[in-house]
Design a protein around this ligand. Structure first.
Ligand SMILES: NC(=O)c1ccc[n+]([C@@H]2O[C@H](COP(=O)([O-])OP(=O)(O)OC[C@H]3O[C@@H](n4cnc5c(N)ncnc54)[C@H](OP(=O)(O)O)[C@@H]3O)[C@@H](O)[C@H]2O)c1
Length: 286
């Protein structure tokens, strides 16, 4: 099966938000539901269990981690400490581009002390090929119930097309660096057309652009913070942001984005802040 459709054949289903759920969710092409906002955990290495447990108590349901973040143990502890039902939570983890996809998934689950992950991603495209062998490992993990959905991170459109050509399957998710200052609406349209949900990493620019003048003016207009304006812009684009916050006030603030709406003109103004900015070196999927 060749699963790739062109952006023109845009299917918006993947980006439709189900507001009937307790916390809004978006449907993946598998039909599984994913919360529309999550907690990032890169560098959340100090007192991880307490900080993640606090986030869960506030209402976060999605936590993003990876085999190389050193936060999986703490996240597992937080989940057990809260006593929450596993199916009320959504855990995303990642395998490295030189890993065996199946073995690395098992190792991640051991660290998390969980029986399955909701989503397992290839962390970044390998130097050669498009990760087709890792994908086979992730498929096996999914077939055995260790992963409910599988996807990629920081893939370009061409790399997704090539992966789909080789494996006959598109990823459920592409997790990419995505902010008003650095994004690609072409990538978003391609993903929508192929029922691939976009997750935003470093959605707050790692703090580097939160003082931007135009962003601050919008924050004042809506009575919200710059971070909240960015996260709301994500939601309205159908993009799932994963802000990392260890401070309790940041965690709370980043959740408080469901009671206002940016109008079309302000959405366009935020789109127009795009300079392909990256908090790292470069926006790697453009
Ligand atoms: N797939 C990939 O290759 C990849 C790459 C990078 C990141 N990620 C994922 O994406 C997540 C988020 O990215 P990130 O951690 O690089 O950066 P980020 O979320 O853009 O920024 C995190 C920084 O923003 C601060 N912050 C949080 N909420 C704030 C608010 N409301 N107001 C002001 N500052 C606020 C945090 O402070 P405090 O922590 O002090 O509260 C922290 O210093 C990561 O944690 C990780 O899970 C994935």
């Amino acid at each position: 099966m060749s699963a790739v459709k062109k952006p023109a054949a845009r299917a918006a289903e993947a980006a439709e938000i189900d507001t009937a759920a307790e916390i809004d969710t978006v449907a993946l092409k598998s039909g599984n539901l994913m919360p529309v906002l999550g907690l990032g955990s890169w560098m959340l290495t100090s007192d991880t269990a307490t900080r993640v447990a606090h986030a869960l108590s506030l209402g976060y349901r999605l936590v993003d981690t990876s085999g190389d973040y050193k936060t999986q143990g703490g996240i597992g502890k937080a989940i057990r400490a809260t006593g929450m039902r596993r199916d009320a939570l959504y855990i995303v983890t990642k395998v490295e581009e030189d890993d065996d996809g199946y073995d690395a998934t098992r190792k991640n689950l051991d660290e998390l002390n969980l029986e399955y992950a909701d989503l397992v991603l290839i962390h970044r495209p390998p130097e050669r090929g498009v990760g087709e062998k890792i994908w086979e490992g992730l498929r096996r993990a999914r077939d055995e119930g260790l992963a409910r959905d599988i996807g990629v991170s920081s893939y370009k459109v061409g790399q997704i097309e090539e992966l789909a050509r080789i494996t006959g399957e598109t990823p459920a998710v592409n997790q990419i660096e995505w902010t008003p200052f650095g994004h690609s609406l072409d990538m978003l349209n391609f993903c929508r057309a192929n029922q691939i949900v976009v997750q935003a990493w470093s959605p707050l620019t790692r703090g580097k652009r939160l003082a931007d003048e135009k962003l601050s003016a919008l924050a004042e207009k809506y009575g919200k913070s710059p971070a909240q304006i960015i996260l709301r812009w994500d939601l309205q684009h159908g993009v799932v942001p994963l802000p990392k916050a260890q401070r309790p006030d940041h965690q709370r603030e980043n959740l408080d984005i469901f009671d206002f709406e940016l109008d079309a003109r302000d959405m366009a103004a935020l789109d127009n802040l795009n300079q392909h900015f990256s908090a790292l070196e470069k926006l790697d999927y453009v």
